[in-house]
Design a protein around this ligand. Structure first.
Ligand SMILES: CC(C)(COP(=O)(O)OP(=O)(O)OC[C@H]1O[C@@H](n2cnc3c(N)ncnc32)[C@H](O)[C@@H]1OP(=O)(O)O)[C@@H](O)C(=O)NCCC(=O)NCCS
Length: 390
């Protein structure tokens, strides 16, 4: 079966944008086209998948057609993909499958969200739409509240403590400091991260991702085309996905995400590797407890030992076996919901090609992983990438 490569990737800065949807998409996609060696003609693209929740209701219908017409991809099949915060991770998987099936040779996967042109009350409404409406949202449970329940339970079952989460926050702010695309570029000390204002007990400001605007675009190609268009492809070695009950109370455990475990197992199996082979991972740290649980679910730490992993600083850039969230993660780089999944792939593409700022480069980066979660874990995609085909 055909192998699939990423041949180009680009994004806007994540943060507060004056640009609207069309402007952000144009900037991100032009950056992706420009990252391909030589001239790339957008009319070569066969199909496009764009992840978005349509936050704020800006453009819910026909979003993908609205965007692609502004970037030279005329008359091709396009569609919006929605899986909450995992929308563009799944857009990428759909693009990969379109090439694997033999239906397309060059496919665009991307994501976009405009979150900051709403009042705080409207933001809270739109952040809530991806929870279980009947059992969670209408009862007043927010996403900070959902992840706070997970954190409390993890503390109770495994003895992890809030300072473990503080370590994750400090690490991700440190990683994002030199990232020109990051939303919150602040040097956050341990003491400062310990004393943020309470959002949902035990999670404080420094445990939460910010609300960000942004867009990200990735260009995938079949092996025979990729080799003609670039000398430096990044290969997709595995694509896994999973799902779970939407409401927390239906899950047998709230200290692990079954969707992540299933997605990771499938991606590792396809790639023929284990967690020990991963040099860097962009994981979905919408809240610091989400990163702690992901280190366990992805196999970097044993069950219940995510707190110890964080305490020992094992995810810090170039200090342990794996660097976790070299971009700064959602915590520092930002979280424009629909744009986050392909934004993670932009980071991994650049890291594997040695194209990030020297201060941020992960040493000997050969194999990388992205982990994109929808809401509290009802959907998840995991992708494994390599410099070489195995
Ligand atoms: C944490 C949160 C409540 C803070 O919102 P807020 O109180 O309105 O914050 P503001 O926008 O007023 O910003 C206040 C300050 O904190 C900073 N800030 C905002 N969010 C931040 C965050 N998450 N981490 C660190 N600093 C943050 C701002 O830059 C600002 O700093 P300044 O005063 O130096 O400019 C909000 O970011 C949030 O809801 N995050 C979670 C989003 C979410 O649920 N996403 C879906 C995940 S599933």
């Amino acid at each position: 079966m055909v192998d699939v490569a990423v041949i180009g990737a680009g994004q806007t800065k994540f943060g507060n944008h004056a640009l609207g949807l069309k402007g952000m998409w144009a900037e991100s996609t032009e950056n992706a086209f420009a990252s391909i060696d030589g001239d790339f003609d957008p009319s070569m693209v066969d199909e496009a998948f764009i992840g978005s929740i349509a936050f704020g209701g800006g453009q819910i219908g026909n979003t993908a057609a609205l965007l692609t017409e502004h970037t030279g991809m005329d008359n091709i099949p396009v569609r919006r993909v929605e899986n909450a915060c995992a929308s563009s991770g799944f857009a990428f998987r759909d693009a990969w499958m379109a090439i694997k099936s033999g239906q397309a040779d060059i496919v665009v996967a991307g994501g976009i969200e405009k979150m900051n042109d709403l009042t705080p009350e409207r933001k809270r409404f739109w952040l809530g739409v991806s929870g279980d409406t009947e059992w969670e949202r209408l009862a007043g449970l927010t996403f900070p509240g959902t992840y706070a329940l997970m954190a409390r339970r993890h503390f109770h079952e495994y003895g992890s403590v809030h300072d473990d989460l503080v370590n994750i926050s400090v690490k991700n702010h440190m990683h994002g400091l030199d990232n020109e695309f990051a939303h919150i570029r602040k040097d956050v000390s341990f003491e400062k991260a310990q004393s943020g204002f309470m959002v949902a007990d035990p999670l404080t400001l420094y445990d939460c991702c910010p609300t960000s605007d942004g867009a990200s675009t990735v260009i995938l190609a079949a092996d025979h085309v990729a080799k003609k268009l670039t000398d430096d492809p990044v290969w997709v070695l595995g694509s896994g996905a999973g799902s779970d009950h939407l409401a927390l109370h239906d899950r047998p455990s709230i200290t692990q995400l079954i969707a992540t475990q299933r997605a990771a197992t499938s991606a590792y199996d396809q790639a023929g590797i284990t967690a020990n082979d991963i040099d860097l991972a962009e994981v979905h740290d919408c809240f610091t407890i989400a990163e702690l649980m992901a280190t366990e679910d992805l196999g970097f730490a044993n069950r219940g030992e995510g707190g110890i992993f964080a305490r020992e600083g094992r995810g810090r850039r170039n200090e342990g076996q794996v660097t976790i969230n070299p971009s700064g993660g959602l915590k520092s780089k930002g979280h424009p919901l629909g744009a986050t999944g392909t934004g993670q792939i932009v980071e991994v593409f650049k890291q594997l090609r040695g194209e990030v700022e020297a201060s941020r480069q992960v040493r000997d980066a050969n194999t990388a992983l992205t982990h994109n979660v929808g809401g509290s874990g009802a959907t998840c995609s995991v992708h494994v990438f390599g410099r070489d085909l195995k």
